[in-house]
Design a protein around this ligand. Structure first.
Ligand code: ACO
Length: 323
């Protein structure tokens, strides 16, 4: 059985750090409120002229180096983003050109904060179907460009960044002991549009628009949907929550992350948390957290990882990966 095995990972955060105290000088908020409700202490914000593709390219170069793979070996790029450089073409094609990859296909996937899990699932399917053999999967965002900086209910929650992994087709035995992606589960519920959306777009307003969110409602759905999708993906792989070595969740809010960890019966030290350092970077947050725990030596070859995320749509999903 063909498995999509992770060869390496990389991440990139823009240089500029904006602390909670700095934000408190612009909108009526406080470091205490933000930390208590979300666990966020700071976020990175892209410089003028620094686009989603620029962050994606830097993260991708690091992932390729870590994997020991050349861009010319790639035959697929799937980039998850809700903040593309332009309406079209896909930001992935910019990354393709900049990396010097001249064959195969590059395209974007849009599932907001669930984007990375969606992109992993799409790349895994294309690898298993024989359409591609070596894929770069990226999550990259510049949410600072779609924030209403006067809305304290949303502007304190998000940041910019990018992360990437390299997947390669390898022969597995078809058991849960195989390295690679073991199972994926994806869901969406378009009826929940109004609790998390951007109030602009090329076809509707011809403007970019700003992010609008009913935080409490999103919170409720996140807790319920995460528990369900995690159970589903474990069942698909024939595994149980006690088999999980690391929870690498979407980094939106420390309280949601802690809740999911508790439901799985995982001790806090088995949950990767980076939301304090980069806030919610939407599709970039899972690979940013992953890269941190791989590079500091926590995640080791053979470990079982659960990645999960939920975002606008609502869209949510989970992937189980043997590192
Ligand atoms: N600073 C200070 N006070 C604030 C701030 C702020 N930054 N923002 C809101 N408040 C106030 C509100 O005005 C309200 O005041 P009031 O009681 O006088 O009306 C009070 O704080 C409570 O507001 P709530 O919105 O009820 O606060 P809540 O406890 O729900 O926390 C939060 C808000 C952090 C947004 C929480 O609901 C949450 O984390 N939701 C999940 C959001 C999420 O995960 N989104 C990610 C999905 S990502 C994607 O797809 C893009």
């Amino acid at each position: 059985m063909i498995r999509s095995v992770v060869q390496g990972c990389g991440a990139y955060l823009p240089e500029r750090i904006v602390t909670n105290d700095e934000l408190a000088r612009k909108v009526e908020t406080s470091d205490e409120w933000i930390q208590q409700r979300t666990g966020i202490r700071q976020r990175h914000i892209a410089a003028d002229g620094e686009f989603t593709s620029h962050l994606a390219i830097k993260a991708s170069q690091r992932a390729l180096d870590h994997a020991g793979i050349k861009a010319s070996d790639l035959d697929l790029i799937v980039l998850a983003t809700a903040t593309p450089d332009e309406t079209f073409p896909a930001t992935a094609t910019r990354v393709q050109a900049e990396l010097g990859m001249t064959r195969g296909a590059a395209f974007d996937v849009q599932a907001v904060c669930a984007g990375f899990v969606y992109a992993v699932s799409v790349a895994d399917s294309l690898i298993k179907n024989g359409v591609a053999s070596t894929a770069l999967v990226i999550g990259a965002e510049t949410f600072s460009r779609i924030l209403d900086w006067n809305d304290r209910g949303t502007c304190v929650l998000f940041g910019d960044g990018a992360g990437a992994i390299v997947l390669k087709a390898e022969q597995g035995k078809g058991t849960s002991a195989d390295r690679g992606i073991l199972a994926n589960a994806l869901h969406s519920d378009g009826r929940q549009h109004d609790i998390l959306y951007v109030d602009g777009g090329p076809s509707s307003t011809r403007t970019t628009g700003f992010l609008r969110m009913e935080g409490k409602e999103v919170f409720k759905h996140a807790v319920v949907n995460m528990a369900a999708v995690v159970g589903e993906v474990l069942e698909k792989a024939g595994l149980e929550s006690k088999d999980i070595d690391w929870l690498v969740p979407h980094q939106a809010n420390k309280r949601i992350i802690d809740g999911t960890g508790r439901k799985l019966g995982l001790p806090a030290e088995r949950v990767v948390v980076t939301v304090d350092k980069h806030a919610n970077t939407s599709a970039a947050s899972i690979p940013l957290a992953l890269d941190t725990a791989v590079k500091d030596g926590r995640i080791k070859k053979g470990d079982l990882l659960l990645m999960e995320g939920i975002g606008g749509g609502l869209a949510w999903g989970a992937s189980l990966v043997r590192w």
